[in-house]
Design a protein around this ligand. Structure first.
Ligand code: SF4
Length: 529
């Protein structure tokens, strides 16, 4: 079916009826007769702002434009072309004179929910239900801005440094906005936001929490203070800054892995290597790697709890020194030397998991390690460790629960949407970026904000986060799950005239180029099956 043929569907019936002045059960209505003349009420969220002509509501997202409620921001359209097309970035009004929506002819276009408006008070069909084609299959994308009270940010901070104890509060502007989660391989995870901070604390806590989430989601930087730990500046896709120092390297591996990975290269230039790590410190000649390479045992004993040969836990306290420990002098973790094994002249390298800290020693006649200038062949291996470290980044994932009222904008029978998603019949995206849907009940999505368009997120003062979400599926599947078929409109009609309703709708659109790393949201393999 072509785009044009879609204009013949009964989907246009409702929109045409509304345009002709028919009864509109979806528009905003005055709350009572006492509402001042000239004001209109926005009902795009529960705050129900009364907005004077020329003014915006509390969220800055809706305005009264000459007595008409409008969505202030343009709706963002992603064009598949790498350069975004000739009019990329230009603001184009909907319903422009003579507009036929012909921009679609320049290449595939995806209507994102950024700026699209919402379905609140929850019974309206989504503002855009867009018909397109992919590989000859009729497709539908249901587009809406979701209002999320249940949402959070998962932040991954690539660092060896200890940021604070697990479960410690994370504060922003003095308010508790999250907590320290687990440490992963070379990274510290933070869990920020969430309904308990958004709605369960003081008014200020909720406001600061959503402002923090808004900034992180919009790829801006946020300063976070971890109780009993560090202050860290976080921005999606940028290096984290820990206590004022920009993090540069992500560890190549734990101390044990580093010993093993570089064992062959160490073997020819030193007699013993200790890779200092807050988690697992490695001692080469005792480690299986050293044994397999027939390295002579050096008799060095480090502090801490032995896990397995050559692998030690808790050699020091966590901190921002060598390998995420609190040490500045590596010798503090050396407990003793076995006089029957160590020998004068033994060459020892102490190095951290990123190679940022390294020191070279030689045992003197009394088997006491003496610092020496590092030979160039040893330096080269240390540099090789650094070369294998990836740049440290902060990564921000938005997690939102779309299981509630938002589904009613898609279908009259919301559980059908959940089932269709779980059956892989629906591709869920956020601003065109691929979203991972968690298994189990509901529609809990997780998306990397750096793959979303800039400034994708908003807030409302309920408080809650506003985030874009799109559901793409075949037209047949949309019909099967009880979709709002009467509101399906072809892309050309959407490009020309905007949302199906005109109350609180965006008045303009803007094209942006698709991100090369994002799969095109329409026509993913399983959807067409
Ligand atoms: S806060 Fe924004 S969305 Fe909510 S009623 Fe006011 S203007 Fe509308």
């Amino acid at each position: 079916m072509s785009d044009h043929e879609h204009t013949k569907t009964d989907g246009l019936g409702d929109a045409a009826q509304l345009a002709a002045g028919g009864v509109d059960p979806w528009r905003s209505r005055p709350r009572n007769e006492r509402m001042a003349a000239g004001k209109i009420e926005c009902n795009a969220c529960p705050v129900l702002c009364q907005i004077s002509d020329g003014k915006v509501g509390a969220c800055d997202r809706y305005a009264n434009a000459g007595g008409v409620l409008v969505r202030v921001d343009p709706v963002l359209l992603v064009r598949k072309a790498v350069d975004g097309g000739a009019d990329a970035g230009a603001l184009v009004p909907f319903a422009a004179a003579g507009s036929q929506g012909g921009a679609a002819a320049e290449g595939p276009v995806f209507v994102t929910a950024v700026g699209a408006s919402t379905t609140y008070p929850d019974y309206k069909p989504a503002p855009f239900i867009v018909a397109t084609q992919a590989d000859g299959v009729d497709m539908v994308t249901v587009v809406t801005e979701g209002i999320f009270s249940y949402c959070s940010m998962r932040v991954k901070i690539d660092t060896d440094r200890w940021l604070g104890p697990e479960q410690a509060h994370v504060r922003c502007h003095g308010e508790v906005v999250g907590h320290v989660s687990t440490a992963e391989y070379g990274s510290q995870m933070l869990s920020l936001g969430g309904v308990h901070h958004i709605t369960g604390g003081s008014k200020k806590e909720g406001r600061v929490t959503v402002e923090m989430m808004l900034a992180l989601g919009n790829k801006q930087s946020v300063e976070l203070a971890i109780e009993g730990g560090s202050t860290v500046r976080v921005q999606a896709g940028r290096a984290p800054v820990v206590d004022g120092v920009e993090e540069r390297r992500m560890r190549v591996g734990c101390g044990s892995a580093t010993v093993g990975i570089f064992a062959q290269q160490f073997k020819d230039v030193v007699d013993e290597v200790v890779v200092v790590d807050d988690h697992i410190t490695g001692v080469l000649t005792e480690h299986q790697a050293g044994r397999c390479l027939d390295m002579r045992p050096a008799g060095l004993k480090v502090r801490g709890r032995k896990s397995t040969p050559g692998r030690y836990f808790q050699v020091a306290n966590p901190g921002t020194g060598w390998g995420g420990t609190d040490i500045a002098d590596p010798m503090t973790i050396v407990e003793s030397w076995d006089p029957d094994l160590a020998w004068p002249g033994l060459r020892l390298l102490m190095v951290s998991t990123t190679g940022e800290h390294a020191q070279y020693f030689v045992l003197d006649a009394q088997r006491v390690p003496q610092p020496q200038p590092m030979p160039s062949d040893v330096q080269r291996v240390v540099e090789r460790i650094g070369e294998n470290c990836e740049p440290s980044l902060a990564t921000v994932l938005f997690v939102g629960g779309a299981g509630g009222s938002l589904r009613a904008g898609v279908t009259e029978n919301p559980v059908q949407l959940t089932r269709a998603i779980k059956s892989a019949l629906v591709n869920v995206t956020c601003g065109g970026a691929p979203a991972y849907v968690w298994p189990g009940g509901g529609i809990t999505v997780m998306v990397d904000v750096s793959r979303m368009p800039d400034m994708s997120f908003g807030t409302v003062p309920t408080p809650a986060i506003v985030a874009p979400i799109e559901f793409t599926m075949s037209l047949d599947n949309y019909r099967d799950l009880g979709g709002h078929m009467r509101f399906v409109r072809p892309l050309s009609e959407v490009l020309a005239h905007g949302a199906w309703h005109h109350d609180g709708a965006p008045t303009a659109r803007r094209f942006i180029a698709s991100q090369a790393s994002n799969p095109w949201p329409i026509g993913q393999g399983p959807l067409l099956g």
